[in-house]
Design a protein around this ligand. Structure first.
Ligand code: ARG
Ligand code: ZN
Length: 876
């Protein structure tokens, strides 16, 4: 069943108030929902009220406290229809359902994890708790009463402010919460159980004191300290940068170990995958710390962008997600190094969103139809959505963007709105027509911009021709030209920035050229010598750029660009042709050889002490095998891509051996461990040097020594990965893997890493290892993090292992998807998206991939989640 944006209608009944009472029991929880409604004005007085359900059984229904006559309603697991309701007067329905949290393996609605009751309601989980108008445009204040056994559940939490609690019969107690801010059901949360807590407080800009609490399993409290610090920094930053103040007396975070996604922004009670809360130097890497900081901020920022102003319908998901990702990106950029953060963002966008946008699962940032909304929590909605918000900021400039945001908060606080409402705020604040720009929300596919430049020495003029092409995507073949803001700068041969005397162009503000036509030319006058141009600096637009620049020009940009993102881009552009050629050579059995300009520029950047270590580490991390596959575009052979890249690594390693050895010795971080960005950058650079040394030396000895000497998880995991991936059959690798497992067998998050390291060992032989690991007692099929760490990582991040030429990897995935789908459809559907680029494989692998997809499609019982993904993947 397909849901269409065009069919949107407001509800016929208005929900005024919600009063919920939970009597918690592991297998028989009683939920009583008292809902006050009235019929919306102008609606047919005979229209019935139809509430959503999902696997529900009704056990009682009262109308204004009186038993509802049986002929006035119909209840099925999926809906409750009530007839003969008042024409205009408010009325109260009291709905009782009995649910089984223990049996809820989908982890949607109310479920149990590690002895804790917890909920996940976004997008449509609330209807698994009670019959409801379960859609984001139905907002109401909630009162929640929770009754449970006291010994097992000393903690009873829900949204809003705590009203009070007391004993309740033998061995039980209750607590009551009231959330005064009207909210949609997807933001409801309940947590009950026995947890440890760390507490702190935050004084808001208007002087209100907010209690901060982070709940974790007993004994893990110290590992929540970094998350608390990140929370306080997020609260401060949102006040300073967006003028947003927190609005309840208490803000709580609960970390649970079974969770489908990263985290959830329930009002006043965020629920987190514990992976994004728990950290200490022994068990968390620098990237874990960075992720925790970003996700804590993301969920907190949702309080305004998502909760106070929410989505009218789920088509508008990017209204809250794109904007909130943009806000968390800006937060991290301010807390850390802005250019390094930008490089990491773009790497992520290109490796995750670009393939999605180029494959069968491509969809617009604001889609117009879906079968299963859970399948639209995608990098397109999140990351491309964030880039679109960033482009609005670029087009309008900082000040005007801020005015638009202020207008948005003023105008729409307390409402459920659309992307059109959002964009209109920026139109009104700036006076700029954003009609063409809005195509970014509606047209899927990554625009391809082709640029060419020519210099006229006699006229002292440089002309730049640009052409844009938006590729066809499923359901969208004809595309309009888009409004693409290109940040650009000319440089002279000596590396100095050039200011032209005049520019003939469509709108050009001095840094931003507005590409709005299919083809467009800009002429820069007063250019004394042949310039080198840098285009799409800071990645001002999420496009693919084709621009033939000589290695010498790229090397110049790598050295002199003042925008460090663009420096990194130049180094990447130098590397790519070498990697592509290496893949082709490896496939044809030719020797692989790299250009010296590329190798020299890379080694020079590594050694350049004027550049921050984190930047240099990013420069040394060559485009991944997936990046190379994407650039090659089709008929891909993962083995050749891998072999070619290995050969390039080896050449860089040999050429830069002395530099890498020096870096390995100098980039230490003495003293006690600190997760700050500068120290993390030094570790990243030192570990990058270690990687190259392992290629130059072709021996596991140094990596093993690094493993033995490591005093933090970043270094330990890097060394372990190097040993396992580069020397999988060595005694050193085997010993390191077992030492690591024994040392951390009690720590689930670290054991996830142990599984992932092994799942990503290159080569076809890894499947046998994965199969054996699935029999390991440490492998837990019911834990999403564990399943992702082994099955997910193998499918997403091991192109040669998963992409075995004999297709066994794809067949393995098909079997696992069917198995996971029986318990947890969301998880199964998510892992299945690892097949999104199957059509870019060479024909033999394509056939195997298709066969595996067909096997899934043919299965007798499939969730809507998996059916939707498999059908789109096969068709698109
Ligand atoms: N809104 C959450 C976040 O971005 C994601 C929750 C998605 N959950 C889901 N079941 N689809 O922060
Ligand atoms: Zn979010």
């Amino acid at each position: 069943q397909v849901i269409n944006l065009a069919d949107y209608q407001p509800t016929e009944f208005v929900l005024e108030r919600v009063d919920l009472t939970f009597e918690l029991d592991p297998t028989e929880t009683k939920v009583e929902a008292r809902l006050i409604f009235h019929r919306r004005e102008g609606v047919d007085p005979k229209a019935p009220l139809v509430l959503d359900g999902d696997e529900l059984t009704l056990s009682g229904l009262l109308f204004d406290q009186m038993e509802m006559p049986a002929d006035q309603y119909t209840a099925t697991p999926e809906s409750l229809t009530v007839r003969d309701l008042p024409a205009s007067d408010p009325f109260e329905l009291t709905i009782t359902t009995i649910i089984n949290p223990e049996a809820n393996t989908k982890l949607m609605g109310l479920y149990r994890t590690g002895g804790i009751y917890c909920t996940q309601c976004e997008a449509e989980g609330f209807r698994r708790i009670t019959y409801f108008l379960d859609r984001p445009d139905v907002l109401a204040p909630y009162t929640v009463n929770i009754i449970a056994e006291k010994a097992a559940n000393p903690l009873l939490l829900s949204n809003g402010n705590f009203l009070g609690g007391a004993g309740y019969g033998e061995g039980k107690h209750f607590a009551a919460w009231f959330d005064p801010h009207p909210k949609p059901s997807y933001l409801f949360a309940l947590v009950a159980g026995d947890l440890g807590v760390i507490e702190d407080s935050f004084t808001t800009m208007s002087g209100r004191e907010v209690a901060l609490k982070i709940y974790v399993e007993h004994g893990k409290e110290p590992r929540a300290a970094y998350a608390m610090d990140a929370l306080k920094r997020s609260m401060k930053w949102d006040e300073e940068v967006f003028g947003r103040e927190y609005d309840l007396d208490i803000f709580m975070i609960v970390a649970v170990s079974d969770f489908n996604m990263g985290a959830m922004e329930n009002k006043g009670l965020n629920v987190f995958n514990d992976k994004y809360v728990l950290a200490d130097p022994e068990t968390a890497t620098d990237s874990d710390y960075a992720n925790i900081e970003a996700i804590i901020a993301h969920e907190y920022f949702h309080n305004w962008t998502g909760n106070r102003i929410t989505c009218r319908d789920w088509f508008q998901l990017c209204l809250k997600e794109g904007l909130t990702v943009f806000r968390d990106h800006e937060f991290s950029a301010d807390q850390r190094s802005r250019p390094v953060k930008r490089i990491a963002e773009v790497r992520h966008l290109k490796s995750e969103q670009f393939p999605e946008d180029a494959g069968p699962l491509a969809h617009p940032v604001r889609p117009t139809k879906y079968r299963e909304i859970n399948n639209f929590y995608t990098t397109t909605v999140y990351e491309k959505g964030s880039e679109v918000t960033r482009m609005i900021a670029t087009l309008l400039g900082k000040e005007t963007f801020k005015k638009g945001m202020d207008l948005y908060f003023d105008r729409h606080d307390g409402q459920a709105v659309t992307i059109e409402d959002f964009v209109k705020c920026f139109k009104d604040a700036s006076g700029r027509d954003l009609t063409q720009f809005s195509l970014w929300y509606h047209q899927a596919g990554t625009p391809l911009v082709t640029a060419s430049g020519s210099y006229d020495a006699a006229a002292k003029a440089f002309s730049l021709s640009l052409e844009q092409m938006i590729p066809a995507t499923p359901g969208q073949s004809d595309k309009q030209p888009m409004h693409i803001p290109l940040n650009l700068q000319l440089f002279a041969e000596d590396g100095a920035a050039i200011a032209p005397t005049s520019v003939e162009s469509a709108e050009y503000t001095g840094t931003i050229l507005h590409l709005t036509e299919r083809t467009q030319t800009a002429v820069f006058h007063g250019i004394q010598t042949r310039p080198v141009i840098s285009i799409n600096r800071s990645f001002s637009a999420p496009i693919n750029l084709h621009f033939d620049q000589s290695p010498a020009d790229l090397a110049l940009l790598a050295r002199h660009e003042t925008d460090h993102f663009a420096c990194w881009q130049a180094l990447t552009d130098l590397a790519l042709p070498n990697l592509l050629k290496a893949a082709r050579d490896a496939r044809e059995g030719n020797p692989v050889g790299c250009e010296t300009t590329f190798v020299d520029s890379l080694v020079a950047a590594a050694a350049d002490e004027s550049l921050e270590p984190a930047f240099r580490a990013q420069a040394l991390a060559l485009p991944s095998e997936a990046d190379i596959a994407r650039e090659l575009g089709g008929n891909n052979d993962p083995d050749a891509i891998h072999a070619g890249r290995q050969a390039v690594m080896k050449q860089v390693a040999d050429a830069g051996r002395d530099t890498f050895a020096a870096l390995y010795h100098s980039m230490t971080t003495p003293g006690t461990f600190s997760p700050d960005a500068t120290s993390a950058g030094r570790r990243a650079l030192r570990n990058a040097a270690l990687t190259y040394l392992s290629y130059a030396e072709n021996s596991p000895v140094r990596a093993k020594a690094a493993f033995d000497a490591a005093n933090n998880m970043t270094d330990l995991l890097h060394a372990l990965t190097l040993l396992a991936h580069r020397f999988p059959d060595s005694a050193e690798a085997a010993e390191a893997l077992s030492t690591f497992r024994d040392r951390f067998s009690e720590n689930a998050l670290v054991i996830d890493k142990w599984f992932s390291v092994q799942a990503t060992i290159p080569g076809g032989g890894t499947l046998d290892r994965v199969l054996k690991l699935m029999e390991n007692p440490l492998f837990k099929r019911t834990n999403p993090n564990r399943v992702r760490s082994l099955v997910g990582t193998y499918a997403f991040a091991n192109p040669t292992g998963f992409g075995r030429a004999d297709g066994e990897g794809y067949r393995f995935l098909a079997r696992e998807i069917l198995d996971i789908d029986r318990r947890n459809p969301q998880l199964a559907a998510r892992i299945l998206t690892s097949m999104r680029s199957w059509r870019s494989l060479e024909p033999v692998r394509q056939d195997h991939a298709r066969a595996a997809l067909l096997e899934i499609e043919r299965a007798a019982e499939l969730s809507t989640d998996v059916r939707d993904i498999v059908e789109r993947t096969l068709k698109g």
